[in-house]
Design a protein around this ligand. Structure first.
Ligand SMILES: O=C(O)CCC(=O)C(=O)O
Length: 299
């Protein structure tokens, strides 16, 4: 049940009943998400799901064969990302099959069928990590469709300045090129370097944009449209931010071409040999979470 709806003047936050958070997501909340591209859901995840997420995080960090992608490598502000933890980490699989996450995203996407696209840990340790550059996720992904959503879940309490930040409404505008992970401090660095316009320098003219972010208590989640322009706040010297971002999609999502200069993300060799632009995005790379297959059910 929704117990309140507050706004910081730019984007909305809603408080949900953590016993059955998806049930509280009605038309008002969905319409706000469709308009703004982002909403904060307070208290959506029970502490048991956070415990499972923490265990998954610990397993990922202890797994020396799991690739840790580094941003700002070698500098004081370095931070890390691990991709598709679902494939390697039992706890993350269970979280995505068993918790209310898929049901919440299904409500926002107005779909009963929910498929997994990807998940990533963004790991900013104490010592003062850099900002995650402003970007949209959609240019990196080989897909199109309205039924696509992300959830950002922080394991750590955060002040607003360390939260992920969003340019409200930008999911309805242009799709820009991504940034080049090898040059994260250069806002004009393109990911593909062809076919898509370069994102304006948001950080240098922040006052020109409606930027939303929130103070975060573990259990709160932020649901966004992956087409929204977003960037991660830096962490303070003593701050620590371990966040899982999950992406799921519904029936209307189809395979789409991206500029050929680089593979899309996460790398899925063979996908483009099986699917052509406009085909429904169905592949073993993207297992269905809801309804779950028989072997992933309780009982
Ligand atoms: O947590 C971050 O700093 C980045 C997250 C992000 O870019 C995303 O969830 O798409």
């Amino acid at each position: 049940m929704t117990t309140d709806a507050t706004t910081d003047g730019i984007a909305a936050s809603f408080t949900l009943d953590r016993g059955d958070p998806a049930a509280g997501i009605g038309e008002e909340i969905i319409a706000r998400w469709e308009r703004d591209g982002v909403v904060m859901l307070r208290g959506a995840l029970d502490p048991e799901w956070l415990m499972l997420l923490e265990m998954g995080f610990q397993r990922v960090m202890a797994n020396s064969s799991m690739a840790k992608h580094k941003f700002f490598e070698g500098s004081a502000g370095e931070f890390q990302e691990t991709v598709r933890n679902f494939d390697t980490t039992f706890e993350i699989r269970r979280l995505l099959y068993d918790s209310p996450i898929k049901g919440i995203l299904g409500r926002f996407m107005r779909t009963e069928n929910v498929w997994y696209y990807s998940d990533e840990f963004f790991i900013k340790d104490s010592g003062g990590a850099e900002r995650t550059p402003w970007h949209q996720d959609t240019p990196y992904y080989p897909l199109e469709g309205a039924q696509f959503s992300s959830m950002w879940i922080s394991l750590d309490p955060l002040p607003r300045a360390e939260c992920l930040e969003y340019v409200v409404g930008s999911h309805l505008g242009t799709m820009y090129d991504g940034f080049n992970p090898a040059k994260p401090d250069d806002p004009s660095s393109g990911f593909y370097g062809e076919g898509l316009p370069i994102l304006p320098n948001i950080q240098d003219s922040r006052e020109d944009y409606p930027i939303a972010a929130w103070e975060v208590t573990p259990g709160d989640v932020i649901v966004s449209n992956p087409g929204i322009i977003h960037g991660g706040g830096p962490t303070l010297r003593e701050g620590r931010r371990r966040a899982l971002a999950v992406r799921m999609f519904g029936d209307d999502v189809v395979f789409a071409a991206r500029p050929p200069s680089r593979p899309t993300v996460p790398v899925t060799p063979g996908l483009g040999l099986h699917l052509k632009p406009g085909d429904p995005l169905r592949s073993p790379w993207y297992p269905r979470l809801q309804p779950p297959p028989e072997h992933e059910r309780y009982g």
